[in-house]
Design a protein around this ligand. Structure first.
Ligand code: ADP
Length: 280
């Protein structure tokens, strides 16, 4: 069912005929830093509700810069970014609809897991007693309900990352942005967390944009892969993937998965080739 959406001005407006509005639209976004680096050039991307998009590309191709702009944490130098389905605050940025998971879990070592997850709600001025159930629900989503009283030092790397995901989920965002969240973890933990994130995506209907430089991870997780190239960072190509086939251990050894990885690897090599040729 198509529901009424909030316009940029913060007013409830009826939806246009057809599909619901995208969560985010980037139109020809470029970003040039003060040191002269052009991190992004003319990047356009629509993020539709319920998608799992991977931004895939080599280091330095602007993936994190794009993610920060999508989060409203940085402004484009030119082009536009809009959040047509979100409440927009006085600062022109979406209010509370976006969760962000960084590469490092960045937990407060002196606080228990429960209080680490409470942080964004505390910053929003919510008393702990009023949000206790929300925190417990977020911990349950990442299967850490029995570790609420633990300190970060008592947890494995994968568990710390799950706390960080719970902290991003506790505000009930529509859009979850993940910046290479599992890059520092061992392969087995990474695969387990890939499955956990997929389960979260399936069960909650949340929209996810996931930054990675792993072809295998992007082809396992996403319904759309956006391959980027560097100098300057821009979109090289896009690959829609079927999500009707269940992603599990069998999928990792299936012909569908192999073919997807091969196609995407070829595109990535092409994107990196044009970078080293100097024809960007
Ligand atoms: P990726 O996430 O794909 O590795 P980034 O978005 O981090 O790429 O960076 C893209 C380019 O912009 C790189 O050349 C990087 O050095 C540069 N860059 C990123 N952040 C800044 C910044 N705050 N100031 C100057 N240059 C930056």
């Amino acid at each position: 069912m198509i529901q009424a959406v909030i316009s940029q001005e913060g007013q409830r407006t009826p939806p246009k005929e057809g599909r619901p509005r995208p969560l985010v639209t980037m139109q020809s976004v470029s970003k040039r830093f003060s040191n002269g680096t052009t991190a992004l050039s003319e990047m356009s991307l629509n993020i539709e509700k319920g998608e799992f998009i991977s931004l895939l590309g080599p280091s330095g191709c602007g993936k994190s810069t794009a993610l920060r702009i999508i989060a409203g944490l940085g402004d484009p130098t030119s082009g536009s970014i809009d959040w047509p389905s979100s409440r927009i605050g006085a600062n022109g940025k979406p209010q509370g609809d976006i969760g962000f998971v960084f590469q490092e879990p960045t937990l407060m070592p002196w606080k228990r897991v429960f209080d680490n997850v409470y942080l964004p709600l505390r910053l929003a001025g919510r008393p702990k007693s009023a949000v206790r159930e929300d925190i417990e629900a977020a911990l349950e989503t990442v299967d850490l309900q029995d570790f609420a009283k633990a300190y970060p030092r008592e947890l494995s790397g994968g568990m710390k990352m799950r706390v960080s995901i719970a902290r991003a989920l506790v505000t009930k965002p529509k859009l979850l942005l993940m910046d290479e969240p599992f890059a520092a973890l061992d392969e087995i933990t990474r695969q387990k967390l890939n499955d956990d994130v997929l389960k979260l995506w399936r069960n909650t209907g949340i929209t996810i944009v996931f930054v990675t430089h792993s072809v295998f991870e992007s082809a396992y997780l996403s319904n759309r892969i956006v391959v980027m190239k560097a100098r300057p960072g821009r979109v090289h190509s896009e690959f829609p993937l079927l999500t009707s086939v269940e992603r599990n251990t069998h999928y990792r050894t299936s012909e569908d998965y192999r073919q997807a990885c091969e196609k995407v690897s070829r595109a990535l090599l092409e994107a990196m080739g044009s970078e080293t040729d100097g024809h960007s």
